[in-house]
Design a binder for this molecule. Structure first.
Ligand code: GUN
Ligand code: ZN
Length: 482
Protein backbone atom coordinates (compact mmCIF):
# COMPACT_ATOMS: atom_id res chain seq x y z
CA UNK A 1 0.00 0.00 0.00
CA UNK A 2 1.39 3.44 -0.85
CA UNK A 3 2.01 5.74 2.07
CA UNK A 4 -0.40 8.31 0.75
CA UNK A 5 -3.14 5.72 0.65
CA UNK A 6 -2.15 4.60 4.08
CA UNK A 7 -2.45 8.13 5.46
CA UNK A 8 -5.91 8.47 3.95
CA UNK A 9 -7.01 5.20 5.48
CA UNK A 10 -5.80 6.36 8.86
CA UNK A 11 -7.83 9.50 8.77
CA UNK A 12 -10.92 7.80 7.44
CA UNK A 13 -10.41 5.30 10.24
CA UNK A 14 -9.96 8.00 12.89
CA UNK A 15 -13.05 9.67 11.52
CA UNK A 16 -15.05 6.58 12.30
CA UNK A 17 -14.36 7.11 16.02
CA UNK A 18 -15.77 10.58 16.19
CA UNK A 19 -19.14 10.84 17.85
CA UNK A 20 -18.07 14.30 19.06
CA UNK A 21 -17.56 17.03 16.59
CA UNK A 22 -19.42 19.53 14.78
CA UNK A 23 -23.13 19.04 15.23
CA UNK A 24 -25.16 19.51 18.39
CA UNK A 25 -23.53 19.65 21.83
CA UNK A 26 -22.54 16.30 23.32
CA UNK A 27 -21.37 15.26 26.78
CA UNK A 28 -19.31 12.81 28.80
CA UNK A 29 -20.49 11.69 32.20
CA UNK A 30 -18.45 10.32 35.11
CA UNK A 31 -16.12 11.44 37.89
CA UNK A 32 -14.61 14.78 36.84
CA UNK A 33 -11.64 16.72 38.22
CA UNK A 34 -9.91 19.89 37.05
CA UNK A 35 -7.86 22.69 38.58
CA UNK A 36 -8.77 26.37 38.62
CA UNK A 37 -5.53 27.49 40.26
CA UNK A 38 -2.45 26.28 42.09
CA UNK A 39 -3.66 23.99 44.92
CA UNK A 40 -0.59 24.93 47.00
CA UNK A 41 -1.78 28.54 47.00
CA UNK A 42 -5.40 27.78 47.87
CA UNK A 43 -6.68 24.36 48.85
CA UNK A 44 -9.97 24.99 46.99
CA UNK A 45 -8.24 25.51 43.66
CA UNK A 46 -9.79 22.39 42.18
CA UNK A 47 -13.31 21.30 41.28
CA UNK A 48 -14.50 17.74 41.56
CA UNK A 49 -17.77 15.97 40.80
CA UNK A 50 -18.41 12.40 41.78
CA UNK A 51 -21.06 12.25 39.03
CA UNK A 52 -20.24 15.09 36.68
CA UNK A 53 -21.22 16.11 33.18
CA UNK A 54 -18.83 17.81 30.75
CA UNK A 55 -20.66 19.38 27.82
CA UNK A 56 -18.77 20.05 24.60
CA UNK A 57 -19.81 22.05 21.57
CA UNK A 58 -17.82 22.72 18.39
CA UNK A 59 -14.62 21.45 20.00
CA UNK A 60 -14.90 23.75 23.03
CA UNK A 61 -16.14 23.38 26.59
CA UNK A 62 -19.75 24.52 26.82
CA UNK A 63 -20.71 23.53 30.34
CA UNK A 64 -19.60 21.57 33.39
CA UNK A 65 -21.23 20.52 36.62
CA UNK A 66 -23.17 17.98 38.56
CA UNK A 67 -24.80 15.55 36.11
CA UNK A 68 -28.23 15.42 37.76
CA UNK A 69 -28.52 19.22 37.71
CA UNK A 70 -27.13 19.78 34.23
CA UNK A 71 -29.26 17.12 32.59
CA UNK A 72 -32.32 19.36 33.03
CA UNK A 73 -30.57 22.02 30.98
CA UNK A 74 -29.60 19.56 28.20
CA UNK A 75 -32.48 17.04 28.15
CA UNK A 76 -31.76 15.57 24.70
CA UNK A 77 -28.00 15.63 24.68
CA UNK A 78 -25.99 12.59 23.51
CA UNK A 79 -24.00 11.32 26.51
CA UNK A 80 -21.04 8.93 26.65
CA UNK A 81 -20.94 7.33 30.10
CA UNK A 82 -17.62 6.56 31.74
CA UNK A 83 -18.17 4.49 34.88
CA UNK A 84 -15.11 3.59 37.04
CA UNK A 85 -13.21 6.43 35.40
CA UNK A 86 -11.86 9.88 36.14
CA UNK A 87 -12.23 12.58 33.48
CA UNK A 88 -9.47 15.22 33.53
CA UNK A 89 -7.95 17.80 31.16
CA UNK A 90 -5.33 16.27 28.83
CA UNK A 91 -1.74 16.19 30.04
CA UNK A 92 0.71 18.84 28.82
CA UNK A 93 4.31 17.77 28.14
CA UNK A 94 6.40 20.93 28.24
CA UNK A 95 9.60 19.39 26.84
CA UNK A 96 10.07 16.39 24.56
CA UNK A 97 12.12 15.39 21.47
CA UNK A 98 10.00 13.47 18.99
CA UNK A 99 12.95 12.13 16.92
CA UNK A 100 14.47 10.60 20.05
CA UNK A 101 11.58 8.23 20.74
CA UNK A 102 13.30 5.50 18.78
CA UNK A 103 16.42 5.69 20.99
CA UNK A 104 14.72 5.93 24.38
CA UNK A 105 16.49 3.80 27.02
CA UNK A 106 20.04 4.03 25.64
CA UNK A 107 22.49 2.61 28.16
CA UNK A 108 25.19 4.04 30.29
CA UNK A 109 26.02 7.68 29.51
CA UNK A 110 25.52 11.12 31.00
CA UNK A 111 24.45 14.12 28.94
CA UNK A 112 27.38 15.02 26.67
CA UNK A 113 28.48 11.46 25.90
CA UNK A 114 24.84 10.39 25.53
CA UNK A 115 24.31 13.13 22.91
CA UNK A 116 27.33 12.08 20.85
CA UNK A 117 26.89 8.35 21.14
CA UNK A 118 23.15 7.96 20.72
CA UNK A 119 21.28 11.19 20.02
CA UNK A 120 23.16 12.75 17.13
CA UNK A 121 23.30 9.56 15.00
CA UNK A 122 19.55 9.12 15.50
CA UNK A 123 18.69 12.71 14.67
CA UNK A 124 20.68 12.57 11.42
CA UNK A 125 17.98 10.26 9.99
CA UNK A 126 15.38 13.04 10.14
CA UNK A 127 16.66 14.76 7.00
CA UNK A 128 14.43 12.24 5.22
CA UNK A 129 10.82 13.45 5.01
CA UNK A 130 9.28 10.00 4.85
CA UNK A 131 11.32 8.78 7.77
CA UNK A 132 10.41 11.89 9.76
CA UNK A 133 6.72 11.39 8.96
CA UNK A 134 6.81 7.89 10.34
CA UNK A 135 8.58 9.06 13.48
CA UNK A 136 6.11 11.91 13.94
CA UNK A 137 3.15 9.64 13.46
CA UNK A 138 4.42 7.11 15.95
CA UNK A 139 5.21 9.85 18.47
CA UNK A 140 1.79 11.51 18.18
CA UNK A 141 0.04 8.20 18.47
CA UNK A 142 2.04 7.47 21.62
CA UNK A 143 1.15 10.86 23.06
CA UNK A 144 -2.53 10.13 22.53
CA UNK A 145 -2.17 6.67 24.04
CA UNK A 146 -0.60 8.34 27.08
CA UNK A 147 -3.22 11.06 27.42
CA UNK A 148 -0.93 13.90 26.37
CA UNK A 149 -2.85 16.40 24.29
CA UNK A 150 -0.32 19.25 24.04
CA UNK A 151 3.48 19.16 23.88
CA UNK A 152 6.39 21.52 23.30
CA UNK A 153 8.52 19.52 20.92
CA UNK A 154 12.10 19.53 19.61
CA UNK A 155 12.53 18.49 15.98
CA UNK A 156 16.02 18.06 14.56
CA UNK A 157 18.23 20.53 12.72
CA UNK A 158 16.42 19.57 9.49
CA UNK A 159 13.48 21.60 8.23
CA UNK A 160 11.91 18.34 7.05
CA UNK A 161 11.61 17.12 10.64
CA UNK A 162 9.38 20.06 11.51
CA UNK A 163 7.33 19.96 8.31
CA UNK A 164 6.66 16.26 8.89
CA UNK A 165 5.74 16.83 12.51
CA UNK A 166 3.36 19.71 11.92
CA UNK A 167 1.74 17.96 8.97
CA UNK A 168 0.87 14.99 11.18
CA UNK A 169 -0.16 17.10 14.19
CA UNK A 170 -2.40 19.23 11.98
CA UNK A 171 -4.17 16.16 10.65
CA UNK A 172 -4.99 15.18 14.23
CA UNK A 173 -5.97 18.77 15.10
CA UNK A 174 -3.69 18.70 18.15
CA UNK A 175 -2.46 21.82 19.94
CA UNK A 176 1.25 21.35 19.38
CA UNK A 177 4.31 23.59 19.57
CA UNK A 178 7.52 22.64 17.77
CA UNK A 179 10.61 24.01 16.12
CA UNK A 180 13.70 23.28 14.07
CA UNK A 181 16.83 22.78 16.16
CA UNK A 182 19.53 25.41 15.72
CA UNK A 183 23.12 24.17 16.12
CA UNK A 184 26.18 25.48 14.34
CA UNK A 185 29.05 23.92 16.31
CA UNK A 186 30.22 21.07 18.55
CA UNK A 187 28.31 18.34 16.75
CA UNK A 188 28.83 16.10 13.73
CA UNK A 189 28.98 18.01 10.44
CA UNK A 190 25.74 16.71 8.95
CA UNK A 191 23.83 18.14 11.91
CA UNK A 192 25.20 21.66 11.67
CA UNK A 193 23.46 24.70 10.23
CA UNK A 194 24.79 28.26 10.14
CA UNK A 195 23.48 31.41 11.81
CA UNK A 196 22.17 32.55 8.45
CA UNK A 197 20.52 29.29 7.37
CA UNK A 198 19.09 28.77 10.87
CA UNK A 199 17.48 32.20 10.72
CA UNK A 200 16.12 31.74 7.19
CA UNK A 201 14.84 28.21 7.79
CA UNK A 202 13.19 29.11 11.09
CA UNK A 203 11.55 32.13 9.52
CA UNK A 204 10.22 30.04 6.67
CA UNK A 205 8.79 27.51 9.13
CA UNK A 206 7.20 30.25 11.24
CA UNK A 207 5.45 31.63 8.18
CA UNK A 208 4.30 28.16 7.14
CA UNK A 209 3.12 26.78 10.49
CA UNK A 210 2.81 29.31 13.32
CA UNK A 211 -0.85 29.73 14.24
CA UNK A 212 -1.94 27.40 11.45
CA UNK A 213 -4.97 25.81 13.10
CA UNK A 214 -3.82 24.83 16.58
CA UNK A 215 -0.10 24.77 15.77
CA UNK A 216 2.50 27.13 17.21
CA UNK A 217 6.18 27.63 16.49
CA UNK A 218 9.16 27.60 18.88
CA UNK A 219 12.58 29.03 18.01
CA UNK A 220 14.73 26.13 19.19
CA UNK A 221 18.48 26.61 19.79
CA UNK A 222 19.57 23.18 21.14
CA UNK A 223 21.73 24.67 23.95
CA UNK A 224 24.52 27.19 24.35
CA UNK A 225 27.18 24.50 23.83
CA UNK A 226 26.09 23.85 20.22
CA UNK A 227 25.28 27.42 19.17
CA UNK A 228 27.76 30.21 18.56
CA UNK A 229 27.13 33.65 20.05
CA UNK A 230 26.33 34.79 16.53
CA UNK A 231 23.68 32.12 16.08
CA UNK A 232 22.08 32.89 19.44
CA UNK A 233 21.98 36.58 18.50
CA UNK A 234 20.24 35.66 15.24
CA UNK A 235 17.74 33.61 17.19
CA UNK A 236 17.15 36.60 19.48
CA UNK A 237 16.60 38.86 16.47
CA UNK A 238 14.03 36.41 15.10
CA UNK A 239 12.34 36.24 18.51
CA UNK A 240 12.03 40.01 18.48
CA UNK A 241 10.53 40.00 14.99
CA UNK A 242 8.01 37.32 15.99
CA UNK A 243 7.13 38.20 19.55
CA UNK A 244 4.37 35.62 19.86
CA UNK A 245 6.44 32.56 18.97
CA UNK A 246 8.00 30.41 21.68
CA UNK A 247 11.66 30.05 22.56
CA UNK A 248 12.65 26.54 23.59
CA UNK A 249 16.07 25.35 24.71
CA UNK A 250 18.04 23.49 27.41
CA UNK A 251 19.54 25.19 30.43
CA UNK A 252 21.83 24.15 33.31
CA UNK A 253 21.12 20.45 33.16
CA UNK A 254 24.49 18.89 33.93
CA UNK A 255 27.55 20.09 35.87
CA UNK A 256 30.03 19.44 33.01
CA UNK A 257 27.72 21.21 30.57
CA UNK A 258 27.54 24.30 32.80
CA UNK A 259 31.35 24.39 33.04
CA UNK A 260 31.71 24.08 29.26
CA UNK A 261 29.27 26.89 28.61
CA UNK A 262 31.16 29.05 31.08
CA UNK A 263 34.40 28.42 29.18
CA UNK A 264 32.78 29.11 25.80
CA UNK A 265 31.20 32.39 26.94
CA UNK A 266 33.71 33.90 29.42
CA UNK A 267 32.24 37.38 29.08
CA UNK A 268 28.83 36.25 30.33
CA UNK A 269 27.84 36.14 33.99
CA UNK A 270 26.55 32.58 33.80
CA UNK A 271 24.62 30.10 31.67
CA UNK A 272 21.31 31.95 31.70
CA UNK A 273 23.08 35.21 30.94
CA UNK A 274 24.25 33.72 27.63
CA UNK A 275 20.61 33.42 26.57
CA UNK A 276 19.60 36.66 28.25
CA UNK A 277 22.31 38.58 26.40
CA UNK A 278 20.97 37.18 23.10
CA UNK A 279 17.41 38.34 23.87
CA UNK A 280 16.15 34.82 24.45
CA UNK A 281 14.77 35.17 27.96
CA UNK A 282 11.23 36.46 27.89
CA UNK A 283 7.57 35.46 28.11
CA UNK A 284 7.06 32.17 26.23
CA UNK A 285 10.71 31.16 26.76
CA UNK A 286 10.77 27.60 28.07
CA UNK A 287 14.00 26.21 29.49
CA UNK A 288 14.32 22.49 30.01
CA UNK A 289 15.88 21.29 33.29
CA UNK A 290 17.40 24.16 35.28
CA UNK A 291 18.82 21.60 37.69
CA UNK A 292 22.01 23.60 38.36
CA UNK A 293 20.54 27.13 38.47
CA UNK A 294 21.70 29.77 40.94
CA UNK A 295 19.29 31.87 43.01
CA UNK A 296 20.03 34.84 40.84
CA UNK A 297 19.12 32.88 37.73
CA UNK A 298 15.80 31.79 39.24
CA UNK A 299 15.11 35.44 39.96
CA UNK A 300 15.92 36.47 36.38
CA UNK A 301 13.62 33.78 35.00
CA UNK A 302 10.79 34.93 37.25
CA UNK A 303 11.25 38.58 36.29
CA UNK A 304 11.17 37.64 32.61
CA UNK A 305 7.98 35.57 33.07
CA UNK A 306 9.86 32.62 31.53
CA UNK A 307 9.30 28.97 32.43
CA UNK A 308 11.21 25.86 33.40
CA UNK A 309 10.29 22.41 32.23
CA UNK A 310 10.91 20.00 35.11
CA UNK A 311 11.92 16.66 33.55
CA UNK A 312 12.07 14.11 36.37
CA UNK A 313 12.66 10.84 34.49
CA UNK A 314 15.37 12.44 32.35
CA UNK A 315 17.18 14.09 35.25
CA UNK A 316 17.39 10.74 37.03
CA UNK A 317 18.18 8.68 33.93
CA UNK A 318 21.12 10.89 32.85
CA UNK A 319 22.20 11.39 36.45
CA UNK A 320 21.87 15.15 36.01
CA UNK A 321 20.63 15.99 39.50
CA UNK A 322 17.57 16.89 41.55
CA UNK A 323 15.51 19.86 40.38
CA UNK A 324 14.67 22.26 43.21
CA UNK A 325 10.95 22.80 42.62
CA UNK A 326 10.36 24.62 45.95
CA UNK A 327 13.05 27.13 45.03
CA UNK A 328 11.52 27.75 41.60
CA UNK A 329 8.18 28.34 43.34
CA UNK A 330 9.74 30.56 45.97
CA UNK A 331 11.00 32.85 43.20
CA UNK A 332 7.72 32.61 41.29
CA UNK A 333 9.08 30.87 38.19
CA UNK A 334 6.48 29.06 36.07
CA UNK A 335 7.09 25.30 36.05
CA UNK A 336 5.61 22.61 33.82
CA UNK A 337 6.32 18.89 33.60
CA UNK A 338 8.43 17.51 30.72
CA UNK A 339 9.06 13.92 29.69
CA UNK A 340 12.24 14.87 27.79
CA UNK A 341 12.08 11.58 25.90
CA UNK A 342 14.56 10.14 24.74
CA UNK A 343 16.62 11.08 27.83
CA UNK A 344 13.37 10.72 29.73
CA UNK A 345 12.30 7.12 30.10
CA UNK A 346 8.56 7.39 29.53
CA UNK A 347 5.96 9.39 27.63
CA UNK A 348 3.54 8.74 30.47
CA UNK A 349 2.92 11.81 32.60
CA UNK A 350 2.00 9.48 35.47
CA UNK A 351 5.58 8.18 35.36
CA UNK A 352 6.99 11.72 35.34
CA UNK A 353 4.90 12.60 38.39
CA UNK A 354 5.96 9.41 40.12
CA UNK A 355 9.65 10.30 39.69
CA UNK A 356 8.98 13.95 40.56
CA UNK A 357 7.63 12.79 43.91
CA UNK A 358 10.82 10.79 44.57
CA UNK A 359 13.03 13.72 43.55
CA UNK A 360 11.23 15.78 46.16
CA UNK A 361 11.59 13.02 48.76
CA UNK A 362 15.36 12.99 48.21
CA UNK A 363 15.32 16.70 49.08
CA UNK A 364 13.13 16.10 52.15
CA UNK A 365 10.21 17.85 50.45
CA UNK A 366 6.73 16.66 49.54
CA UNK A 367 4.85 16.79 46.24
CA UNK A 368 1.11 16.46 46.83
CA UNK A 369 -0.90 14.68 44.15
CA UNK A 370 -3.06 17.80 43.76
CA UNK A 371 0.00 19.87 42.98
CA UNK A 372 1.38 17.15 40.70
CA UNK A 373 -1.76 16.88 38.55
CA UNK A 374 -2.06 20.67 38.55
CA UNK A 375 1.48 20.94 37.14
CA UNK A 376 0.64 18.37 34.48
CA UNK A 377 -2.47 20.28 33.34
CA UNK A 378 -3.23 23.93 34.21
CA UNK A 379 0.31 24.55 35.53
CA UNK A 380 1.74 23.36 32.22
CA UNK A 381 -0.71 25.55 30.30
CA UNK A 382 0.26 28.56 32.41
CA UNK A 383 3.97 27.94 31.89
CA UNK A 384 3.30 27.99 28.13
CA UNK A 385 1.04 31.05 28.41
CA UNK A 386 -1.68 28.94 26.82
CA UNK A 387 -4.03 28.87 29.79
CA UNK A 388 -6.58 30.95 27.88
CA UNK A 389 -6.97 27.97 25.56
CA UNK A 390 -6.17 24.75 27.42
CA UNK A 391 -5.38 23.33 30.87
CA UNK A 392 -8.82 23.05 32.46
CA UNK A 393 -12.55 22.91 31.75
CA UNK A 394 -13.45 26.60 31.91
CA UNK A 395 -16.13 27.57 29.41
CA UNK A 396 -14.88 28.15 25.83
CA UNK A 397 -11.54 26.46 26.38
CA UNK A 398 -10.52 23.81 23.89
CA UNK A 399 -12.01 20.45 24.81
CA UNK A 400 -8.84 18.35 25.14
CA UNK A 401 -9.49 15.78 27.84
CA UNK A 402 -8.74 12.26 28.97
CA UNK A 403 -10.56 9.43 30.64
CA UNK A 404 -8.51 7.62 33.26
CA UNK A 405 -9.47 4.00 33.90
CA UNK A 406 -9.71 3.45 37.65
CA UNK A 407 -9.62 -0.31 37.14
CA UNK A 408 -6.78 -0.27 34.60
CA UNK A 409 -4.76 -2.95 36.34
CA UNK A 410 -5.62 -5.41 39.12
CA UNK A 411 -3.22 -3.55 41.42
CA UNK A 412 -4.76 -0.12 40.76
CA UNK A 413 -8.24 -1.56 41.25
CA UNK A 414 -7.23 -3.33 44.48
CA UNK A 415 -5.42 -0.27 45.85
CA UNK A 416 -8.28 2.11 45.03
CA UNK A 417 -10.81 -0.12 46.77
CA UNK A 418 -8.81 0.60 49.90
CA UNK A 419 -8.87 4.33 49.39
CA UNK A 420 -11.43 6.77 50.72
CA UNK A 421 -10.16 10.27 49.88
CA UNK A 422 -9.60 12.00 46.56
CA UNK A 423 -6.09 12.92 47.71
CA UNK A 424 -5.19 9.30 48.35
CA UNK A 425 -6.79 8.04 45.13
CA UNK A 426 -4.87 10.61 43.07
CA UNK A 427 -1.66 9.72 44.85
CA UNK A 428 -2.18 6.03 44.12
CA UNK A 429 -2.71 6.88 40.44
CA UNK A 430 0.39 9.06 40.43
CA UNK A 431 2.42 6.14 41.75
CA UNK A 432 0.81 3.20 39.94
CA UNK A 433 -0.69 4.37 36.65
CA UNK A 434 0.83 4.55 33.18
CA UNK A 435 -0.41 4.34 29.58
CA UNK A 436 -2.63 1.38 30.50
CA UNK A 437 -4.78 3.75 32.54
CA UNK A 438 -5.68 6.03 29.63
CA UNK A 439 -9.03 4.74 28.47
CA UNK A 440 -9.72 7.56 25.99
CA UNK A 441 -8.20 10.78 24.75
CA UNK A 442 -10.35 13.55 23.27
CA UNK A 443 -8.88 16.24 21.03
CA UNK A 444 -11.08 19.31 20.58
CA UNK A 445 -14.04 17.25 21.74
CA UNK A 446 -13.28 14.36 19.42
CA UNK A 447 -12.37 10.87 20.59
CA UNK A 448 -9.04 10.06 18.96
CA UNK A 449 -8.20 6.83 20.63
CA UNK A 450 -8.22 3.87 20.71
CA UNK A 451 -6.49 3.47 17.34
CA UNK A 452 -6.89 -0.23 17.05
CA UNK A 453 -8.58 -1.26 13.84
CA UNK A 454 -10.76 -4.32 13.44
CA UNK A 455 -7.56 -6.29 12.77
CA UNK A 456 -6.08 -5.18 16.10
CA UNK A 457 -3.24 -3.24 14.49
CA UNK A 458 -2.38 0.21 15.68
CA UNK A 459 -2.22 2.59 12.79
CA UNK A 460 1.47 3.35 13.10
CA UNK A 461 2.38 -0.24 12.48
CA UNK A 462 3.42 0.07 8.85
CA UNK A 463 5.88 2.86 9.56
CA UNK A 464 7.21 1.06 12.57
CA UNK A 465 8.01 -1.95 10.42
CA UNK A 466 9.96 0.31 8.07
CA UNK A 467 11.94 1.71 10.97
CA UNK A 468 12.69 -1.73 12.29
CA UNK A 469 14.30 -2.75 9.05
CA UNK A 470 17.06 -0.21 9.62
CA UNK A 471 20.02 -0.54 11.92
CA UNK A 472 19.11 1.62 14.87
CA UNK A 473 21.52 4.15 16.26
CA UNK A 474 21.45 2.29 19.55
CA UNK A 475 23.63 -0.11 17.57
CA UNK A 476 21.51 -3.22 17.36
CA UNK A 477 20.32 -4.72 14.12
CA UNK A 478 16.65 -5.21 14.71
CA UNK A 479 14.41 -7.38 12.67
CA UNK A 480 10.72 -8.02 12.74
CA UNK A 481 11.05 -10.84 15.23
CA UNK A 482 12.68 -8.67 17.87
N1 GUN B 1 20.94 19.23 25.94
C1 GUN B 1 21.19 19.45 24.64
N2 GUN B 1 20.54 18.58 23.86
C2 GUN B 1 19.86 17.77 24.68
C3 GUN B 1 18.98 16.68 24.46
O1 GUN B 1 18.70 16.26 23.34
N3 GUN B 1 18.45 16.10 25.57
C4 GUN B 1 18.74 16.54 26.83
N4 GUN B 1 18.20 15.94 27.87
N5 GUN B 1 19.55 17.56 27.06
C5 GUN B 1 20.11 18.17 26.00
ZN1 ZN C 1 15.66 17.77 26.08
Amino acid sequence: MSLTKEFMLIFVFLGSFTPFCCGAPTAVRGEILHFIGDPDKRAENYQYWNDGLLVVDKGKILDLGDAENLLNKYPNIHITQYPDSLIMPGFIDTHVHYPQVEMIAAFGEQLLEWLNRYTFPTESKYSDMEYARCGARFFLSELLRNGTTTALVFGTVHKTSVDAFFEQAEALNMRMIAGKVLMDRNARKDLLDTPKSAYADSKELIMRWHKKGRLLYAITPRFAFTSSAEQLAMAGKLAQEYNDVFIHTHLSENIDEVALVKSLFPARKGYLDVYHHAGLVRERSVFAHGVQLTDKEFKTLAEADAAISFCPTSNLFLGSGLFNLPKAEQYGVHVGIGSDVGAGTSLSTFRSLNEAYKIMQLQKKKLSPFKAFYLATLGGARSLHLDNFIGNFEKDKEADFIVIDLKATPLIDYRLRNSSTLFDRLFALMMLADDRAIKATYIAGKLTRPFEGPDGLIYTNQCHQNNLEQTTSVGIKLNNNN
